[in-house]
Write a protein that binds this ligand. Structure first.
Ligand code: GLU
Length: 478
């Protein structure tokens, strides 16, 4: 049997981090078993579905590198097929038209509540006579379609993550609506028809769908089909143990992307939320995790989002990138900050610069402020940097460094060594402490007292032709 899994987001919002984690588990399971993953856009809810969310979802999955073999399929392309199944269920007496209005349902639930009972539909339209139906029709009522849920009945399945689960059919809220009055099929019906037609063998999804599973199993039975294997993964909670919400900083994959996370770090982190590798490894490519992934190492308890861990992973991945990859990843963030990279001296320069500023980076967004002094000709000075440049002995020493720098050809092969030797010599010659010269040099070249490696910055700035003018500018700051 070929494993066939699916990721089935509803385009009613941007790609949520929980859906992305579900996609990671599906992807891992399909890879592990040489199976196939398909994407299905569950867009039957016409009021809430929007094309821009579909785009965001597909883009997010692609950005994460969670590639799929089939689809995307759209449920709105399959409405005829759902209508056909609904007709079949009606013809076989397994479903019926129900005329109870929304207001009547509210009243029914209120009465049940008042009597201390759980609210449910009381199946009152199951056995309507032709006269009653005619009367409702004459009133202009539009019926919904309900699927009969036999009671009492125990519906059980062996969930691959949560173990044996049993559900009493009396707790399913009564006969369930499978199509609205306007014919729009509802989630449980469409999902079962699709999973059957698409040959899905394993339904891997969030545990918020556990309550739907017994209803779906009953539909499989009604349609004379074996249900697939179900695996419900635990929810992702915020660090305080509550549902992850907007207030937690980010909930959609697009937001994590904007914040400067790398896709490989984010998906590694998502895999680690509720799953652990048998060898305890925490930094891994999903391809490697796929070789050992199984549900037995997925925890049952909810996962808490751990920003420190995600940040740590991101910095690990940032450091592992080659300089050319660092440039590629940083380019959109420089552009967003208005920093031009088109006129840098040579590609090699840009790569060295990216490697230099990536050293201490946690997020890609931190790169722009860190690299401004290397990409923007006009230098902005911090107040403490100006104060440093006004200390006694500093201006003449820096003026001397400017002169000596002008004598060093920026294309010299060992430029870094030449600059270093020169700075040491100037300090000695002027009888100024080397530490003072270095600190002042940093202030003069970068406008700040802190930042990436000073001599590497000096080297890059000299090759850009900006070092001398910055050193000379110290005089004008006095
Ligand atoms: N469309 C459902 C959702 O976005 C998922 C359905 C499923 O996986 O069965 O939550």
């Amino acid at each position: 049997m070929t494993v066939r899994v699916r990721i089935a987001p509803s385009p009613t919002g941007n790609l949520h981090i929980g859906t992305a984690r579900t996609a990671v588990f599906n992807w891992l399971y399909a890879r592990r078993h040489g199976g196939r993953m398909l994407v299905r856009i569950e867009d039957t809810d016409r009021e809430r579905s929007q094309p821009r969310y579909t785009r965001n979802i597909l883009e997010g999955l692609s950005w994460l590198g969670l590639d799929w073999e089939e689809g995307p399929f759209y449920q709105t392309d399959r409405l005829d097929r759902y209508a056909e199944v609904i007709r079949e269920l009606l013809d076989r007496g397994l479903a019926y038209r129900s005329y109870t209005s929304a207001a009547e349902l509210d009243a029914m639930r209120a009465a049940q509540k008042a009597a201390g009972k759980a609210p449910r539909y009381d199946n009152c339209d199951r056995h309507l006579t032709p006269e009653q139906i005619a009367a409702y029709e004459a009133e202009g009522r539009q019926p919904v379609i309900r699927f009969k849920i036999e009671e009492p009945l125990t519906v059980s399945w062996n969930d691959r993550i949560r173990g044996d689960i049993s559900w009493n059919s009396q707790d399913l809220g009564g006969d369930m609506v499978i199509a609205k009055a306007d014919g729009q099929p509802l989630y449980n019906l469409a999902v079962v028809v699709d999973d059957i037609d698409m040959g899905i063998t394993h339904v891997i999804r969030g545990e918020d769908h556990i309550g739907n599973t017994p209803k779906q199993i009953l539909l499989y039975r009604a349609l004379d089909r074996e249900p697939p294997v179900f695996a419900h993964s635990p929810l992702i909670l915020n660090p305080e143990g509550r549902k992850l919400s907007k207030r937690d900083g980010a909930t959609s994959v697009a937001e994590f992307r904007q914040m400067g996370y790398l896709p490989e770090a984010l998906k590694n982190y998502l895999a680690l939320l509720s799953w652990s590798s048998p060898d305890g490894e925490e930094v891994f490519a999903l391809e490697d995790a796929a070789e050992v992934f199984d549900f037995d190492r997925v925890t049952k308890s909810a996962a808490r989002f751990d920003w420190d861990k995600l940040n740590w992973l991101n910095s690990q991945y940032l450091r592992q990138l080659s300089p050319a990859e660092q440039v590629e990843r940083l380019t959109p963030f420089w552009a967003a900050a208005g920093l031009a990279i088109a006129d840098v001296p040579e590609p090699q320069w840009l790569e060295e610069m990216a490697a230099l500023i990536s050293e201490g980076l946690t997020l890609l967004t931190e790169a722009a402020p860190l690299s401004r002094y290397l990409l923007q000709q006009e230098l902005l000075y911090a107040t403490d940097a100006i104060a440093q440049l006004r200390l006694p002995d500093v201006a003449p020493a820096i003026a001397r460094v400017a002169e000596a720098t002008a004598a060093i050809d920026p294309t010299t092969p060992a430029l870094g060594d030449a600059l270093k030797t020169m700075v040491g010599a100037v300090a000695k010659e002027r009888g100024v402490k080397k530490g003072l010269v270095m600190k002042s040099l940093r202030a003069a070249l970068t406008g700040s007292l802190r930042g990436p490696d000073l001599m590497a910055s000096f080297n890059l700035l000299h090759r850009r032709g900006w070092a001398i003018e910055r050193l000379q500018a110290v005089e004008t700051l006095q």
